[in-house]
Write a protein that binds this ligand. Sequence first.
Ligand SMILES: CC(C)(COP(=O)(O)OP(=O)(O)OC[C@H]1O[C@@H](n2cnc3c(N)ncnc32)[C@H](O)[C@@H]1OP(=O)(O)O)[C@@H](O)C(=O)NCCC(=O)NCCS
Length: 174
Amino acid sequence: MDISSSPTAERLSRYTQAEQREILGEGVDPFGVADTGLTWLPKEEHFGVRLDGRLVAHTGLLRIPVTIAGVDVEAVGVGGVAVAPDVRGRGLARTAMTAALAHARTMGPRHGLLFCRPPLVPLYQRLGWRTLDEDVRVEQPGGPVIMPLRTMWTPLHDDADLPAGGIRLRSFPM
Ligand SMILES: CC(C)(COP(=O)(O)OP(=O)(O)OC[C@H]1O[C@@H](n2cnc3c(N)ncnc32)[C@H](O)[C@@H]1OP(=O)(O)O)[C@@H](O)C(=O)NCCC(=O)NCCS
């Protein structure tokens, strides 16, 4: 095996609590978002990176219904971005995200969307994401709420822009 080669991402056939624990361990709030009290959607497609057979990084995707400037469309929601604590800072989030976004570009929707804690904004900007400085409404069991986390987006098609005029998620967030 050429140990100098960069790790590559693969599409995962399953990503359950067990795979998440393999990456992030047993912590109760590994994404640091429990204090928002939000209800989240599971992701439907999964991309991961293995090192010596061990799953160490993940990015998930799903189609989400959104309203952009009054028009109902779909976007690709990105979430569950995770890298094992002992191998962070080596570009593995980039590797998993790059594979996930390559697939997202084939899905049809023009926009990728993610929600993150404010300290992660510079990291996602480095990965090509842009901040959205408007309030974003998302559905919750008790009705719509304003998303308390930062919203970021990325174009999935060359000509995709995000027109002003508000964006609303017509589902739970991812
Ligand atoms: C967030 C997380 C996934 C990052 O994983 P990572 O493997 O350390 O990330 P990477 O090494 O791939 O870094 C991605 C890029 O961001 C850059 N970056 C990292 N921290 C940065 C910062 N504070 N400011 C600017 N850029 C930063 C890296 O340099 C890298 O860019 P490069 O490839 O051009 O050098 C990881 O810390 C994690 O799993 N945290 C816990 C779970 C979590 O909070 N997930 C996010 C949910 S939204």
